[in-house]
Ligand binder design. Sequence first.
Ligand SMILES: *Cc1c(COP(=O)(O)O)cnc(C)c1O
Length: 480
Amino acid sequence: MNKLPPLIFEKSRDGKIGHGLGASQVPAEPALDADLRRTEIADFPQVSEVEIVRHYMALARLNYSLDAGIYPLGSCTMKYNPKINEKLAAAEEFQAHPYAPHDLVQGNLELMARLEQWLVALTGLAGFTLAPAAGAHGEFTGMLIIRKFLQEQGDARRVVLIPDSAHGTNPSSAHFAGYEIREVPSNADGIIDVNVLQSFLDGQVAALMMTNPNTLGIFEKNITAIASALHANGSLLYMDGANLNALLGIVRPGDLGVDVMHINLHKTFSTPHGGGGPGSGPVGVASHLLPFLPVPRVVKSGDKYRVIYDNPQSIGRIKNFYGQFLVLIRALAYLSSLGRENIRRVAEDAVLNANYLRKRLQPLLDLPYAADTLHEVVFSDKNLPVKTLDIAKRLLDYGVHPFTIYFPLIVHGAMMIEPTETESKETLDEFIAIMEKILQEAREHPEQLLQAPQQTPVRRLDETLAARKPVLRWRKGENL
Ligand SMILES: *Cc1c(COP(=O)(O)O)cnc(C)c1O
């Protein structure tokens, strides 16, 4: 791992200036009064061109990215993002003003319609909105759709059920949509039991929000019975589709009784993500909920694409204009380059890779749920002389991005590993070898792990403080 480069200010020498602006063509008289002018930039570093280039290159090398190595962050589906996606997202042909007349942007509207068709084909649902800006925004949108649907039936139910393995955004989205949350415990196999669910069902339950496969990587095999129980109770089934990578081309959630689901385009359909976006969280619905989808909706009439803004039952707008259009381009590029025949291999290889890691790491780590897993596997730090955090920090010393830690909450010291389909067996073997080395260190020199990371520019940070009060710039005289 590269060390933090010396501060550019330390290389500064008077007169060692790397640029020349030539003679000024405006009068030398300052336009502003002295008391309005800033003086602190007098300390601007003076360095040569080569030094400034090396400074920024050194900073850039500190970044870890998918283009640098494996990124096994569970639940995040950090697959390789093909460069063709970026090329197309930057293509001039797609650049348009959001107020451009629809006649002039027929290609962009067709792109949205085609992506929607893909999502309909992959999920078995009736229609999608592409507007939500992220998975969490999709969850919120889906909850608003459910609420409006139930209200129109004269039924103001107040409760949303959420399994204890759920991602934190689920209860948050349901709460913001006006619902009260009740937590449903998973059973010993890590899934929802129909009888347990049944005991939660009453006239107040609007919906169950369920992730499938769930955050343990386990397929909720009771899903059709769960859907039937919910529907018999007048409740709806919301599926968090963040883990769709495990099902692509194999199972269509719509066939399992799902009423509403979101898809994280940035995860499953390859847009660089993390660090806050941009993302896209399209929401799909079964046919009875189609009228409630947000506007605008792109529809084809004759051989033209139109945009509808006035669906009377729609929940309305949830995002300005058409959503994160550049992510939609990337998703369609990804789907089109794979094609219908190959899409299934994404899921097959993702599951194969995760199970290879599971088999190889199982002798070394505690596996709290023995059930078969799909695209990711969750170990615990039970019986280890160190904690999950120590292992994650030590991975940094070996130049590898750690897996997701301490989630899902139902696993003690969870290590949630999702390799995705784009890693080769050789890369997985390297990752396994590093894990073996770290676990050997944990047994023989646990203190070494408690000191990790040692090779990184910064050591163990106060992560709460770093997140709440990030120091994002250096100023002369201030300590780092
Ligand atoms: C990532 C994720 C979300 C939230 O999606 P964002 O796009 O980050 O808002 C929700 N649920 C699960 C299971 C996830 O992995």
